[in-house]
Design a protein around this ligand. Structure first.
Ligand SMILES: *[C@@H]1O[C@H](CO)[C@@H](O)[C@H](O)[C@H]1NC(C)=O
Ligand SMILES: *[C@@H]1O[C@H](CO)[C@@H](O)[C@H](O)[C@H]1NC(C)=O
Length: 368
């Protein structure tokens, strides 16, 4: 008896026996016949529903006592117990192979979204088998109820895609949310957490982009990546085991890591002499060790320096407003003067009574 764990691909089911004459070979999966070979009639038959064109056995090798079955492009539906029955002039032989299929997790994807007015963290994984168990935690731990909504979707191949959404707690804004996915065979656990920030800096003025490793990661490796719309560049890395750090040559004069603090999990990046056009973008800090990862996404905007702005943009704005106000005041004054002048001209001609009489007639007109 043999038990095996398969990562998707081709699989070999061994069945070796003492060679003899007049062999019949049969392969079963979960007691359903998959394959049969009969030497007397030289007849070979596959059960097409079960195997399609993915299985092969070599009749030449059968005469040498090898009825090994090869299954290509195996997927989760192929899992189960396989049996090989051989009958020869010399006797019987049986073999059994249990096939467990695993499409392992290769990484979790986390993102934050603000759909329907709630801040949510989404943790997802694609094409895995068996479906993993998902749990959430926070750092520091909270006593409030975390209520994630987890959806599992099985594709026709039998592989799963899984996503779990967690609404952030409004009462505790500074928590780190940790998503954990455990493969059901218990072989591996993947962990990812995320924090997002928006920061504004000023051109030419040094600033610090904070990033702290959560305590659940020990001796992680640190990567800082800078990304704009279409491009992502690794600008700095630090290995806490060796204490070795590396900065991309084109960034050496603009970024600095305090190696002493970094050894204690403070991976904050000093951004020096930042430029509006070159250094605005997303600074992603990633602490990782094994299958655990903590990510902090900092959306950094570098404003142009105040000096430039107050000389060019602001005064032009106030100047226009001032001219518009002056024109308005002049127009108003002119209007008032004109109205006064007209009254003075009108008054002596008409009696006040006549005027009211005239008004009454005018008011009544539409009704007639
Ligand atoms: C194959 O043929 C031989 C005689 O030629 C016979 O003894 C044997 O039983 C046959 N085997 C099967 C499985 O039919
Ligand atoms: C039996 O055949 C398979 C492939 O057809 C091969 O991989 C395997 O080594 C062979 N086993 C023996 C014992 O010869």
């Amino acid at each position: 008896m043999l038990s095996d764990l398969l990562q998707l691909g081709a699989f070999v089911f061994p069945c070796a026996f003492q060679p003899g004459r007049n062999e019949t070979v049969e392969w079963f999966r979960q007691d359903a016949l998959l394959y049969r070979f009969d030497r007397n009639s030289s007849k070979e038959s596959f059960n097409p529903d079960q195997l399609a064109e993915r299985a092969s056995i070599s009749p030449q090798q059968i005469s040498d006592g090898n009825a090994t079955l090869i299954l290509r492009r195996s997927d989760p539906k192929d899992r189960g117990t396989y049996r090989c029955h051989v009958q020869t002039s010399g006797g019987r032989h049986k073999a059994k192979v249990i096939l467990k299929v695993e499409a392992p997790i290769r990484g979790l994807f986390v993102e934050q979204s603000r759909l329907s007015g709630y801040e949510e963290i989404k943790c997802s994984v694609q094409d895995v088998f068996p479906p993993p168990r998902v749990t959430w935690a926070t750092e520091p731990p909270t006593f409030e109820d975390l209520r994630p909504v987890t959806r599992m979707h099985a594709k026709p191949s039998g592989l799963y895609s899984v996503d779990s959404r967690l609404r952030k707690l409004k009462s505790q804004p500074d928590l780190i949310y940790i998503c954990k996915m455990m493969s059901s065979y218990g072989a591996s656990t993947w962990t990812t957490s995320l924090r997002e920030r928006e920061i504004t800096g000023t051109e030419g003025r040094d600033m610090t982009i904070r990033c702290l490793a959560p305590t659940y990661l020990s001796n992680p490796t640190l990567y800082w990546t800078f990304s704009t719309n279409d491009k992502s560049t690794l600008i700095l890395s630090y290995d806490s085991r060796s204490g070795h750090s590396f900065s991309l040559p084109s960034w050496v004069n603009h970024v600095e890591l305090d190696a002493y603090k970094a050894a204690f999990g403070d991976g904050s990046l000093r951004l020096m002499d930042p430029k509006h056009s070159e250094h605005s973008g997303s600074y992603i800090c990633e602490f990782s060790v094994g299958q655990s990862k903590h990510i902090e996404r900092n959306q950094v905007t570098i404003d142009e320096p105040h000096g430039k702005r107050s000389l060019s943009e602001k005064p032009s704005y106030w100047w226009i407003l001032g001219v518009v106000a002056a024109v308005l005041v002049l127009a108003l004054a002119g209007l008032l003067a004109f109205v006064k002048l007209r009254r003075r001209v009108k008054k002596p001609r008409n009696h006040p009574e006549e005027e009211t009489e005239l008004n009454r007639v005018k008011d009544g007109e539409p009704a007639q």
